[in-house]
Design a protein around this ligand. Structure first.
Ligand SMILES: [Mg+2]
Length: 224
C-alpha cells in the first residue's frame, strides 16, 4: 500500500535557516542513477573486457560495501578502484544534470523572506563543482558545505552537531529538506527543528511519500 502524503505544516516565521541537500532534492537524481548504474558499468565492461552483465553485478557489489559513507562519494577513490577517470566521465554526460521544477522559484522566494540558505551535501567537491558549473545555482546559497569538510556523512548523527558548530544555526529554528530517509533519521535524532522529505528524487521514478516525515513532491509546496 503506498503511503499517503503528510504535507509539511509550519510557518516560515518559525524558521531562520534552511539546509538543502543537492542530489535528488534540488537536482534530478536521474543523472546519478544513470551514471553509476548504466554509464560506469558500460565503460568499466569495455575497459576491463567484461560482459555488461558481469560488470554491473561486480560494481553493484562494490557500491553496496561503502553505502552511506563518505567513501561512496569520493570520486578519487572510485577512479583508483575502477581504473577509470570518474570526474571526466561525469562531465561526458553532464547534459543529464537537471534542476528539479520550482527549485529556482523556491530559492528566490526564501531569499525574499530573508532566510539563511545553505546547501549541505555528501557529494565530493569535484562533483559539487561539476554540478554548480552546469546549473549555475551556487549564488543562491549563503554557504555550501560538503560532508568531506565536516569529516563524516550526513547519515551519521554526529554530522549535525559538527555542522551546527561550523554554521552556527539554532537547530530549533532550522529546516532540513532531503530525499534520503536515513539522513532525516540522523537529523531527527540530533533534534533538528523541521524535516521535509523530498518524495520524487528522480524524474524517471514515481512519487513515494515518507511514512515518517512530512513530504513534498516539488518545492512549490513550500512557497506559502
Ligand atoms: Mg540526496
Amino acid at each position: 500500500m503506498p503511503c499517503p502524503q503528510t504535507p509539511p505544516n509550519f510557518s516560515w516565521s518559525e524558521i531562520d535557516t534552511i539546509l538543502l541537500d543537492m542530489d535528488g532534492t534540488l537536482l534530478d537524481k536521474y543523472f546519478d542513477d544513470h551514471f553509476w548504474e548504466e554509464y560506469v558499468p558500460q565503460i568499466f565492461a569495455r575497459t576491463h573486457k567484461l560482459s555488461p552483465k558481469d560488470a554491473k553485478t561486480a560494481l553493484m557489489e562494490r557500491y553496496r560495501k561503502v553505502e552511506s559513507t563518505l567513501q561512496w562519494c569520493d570520486l578519487d577513490y572510485w577512479s583508483e578502484q575502477l581504473g577509470l577517470n570518474i570526474p571526466q566521465m561525469k562531465c561526458d554526460i553532464d547534459h543529464l544534470i537537471k534542476i528539479h521544477p520550482y527549485v529556482i522559484t523556491f530559492l528566490e522566494y526564501v531569499k525574499s523572506i530573508n532566510k539563511h540558505v545553505c546547501l549541505v551535501t555528501n557529494a565530493h567537491p569535484k562533483t559539487l563543482n561539476i554540478k554548480m558549473h552546469k546549473t549555475g545555482i551556487a549564488h543562491h546559497f549563503d554557504s555550501i558545505v560538503c560532508a568531506e569538510e565536516i569529516g563524516c556523512a550526513k547519515e551519521q548523527p554526529e554530522f549535525w552537531q559538527k555542522l551546527e558548530d561550523h554554521l552556527q544555526y539554532d537547530k530549533q529554528r532550522t529546516l532540513l529538506a532531503d530525499d534520503t530517509a536515513k539522513v532525516l533519521h540522523s537529523a531527527n535524532q540530533y533534534g533538528m527543528g523541521f524535516l521535509v522529505f523530498v518524495a520524487r528524487p528522480s524524474s524517471k521514478n514515481g512519487v513515494v511519500f515518507s511514512p515518517d516525515y512530512p513530504s513534498i513532491t516539488y518545492f512549490n509546496e513550500l512557497i506559502h
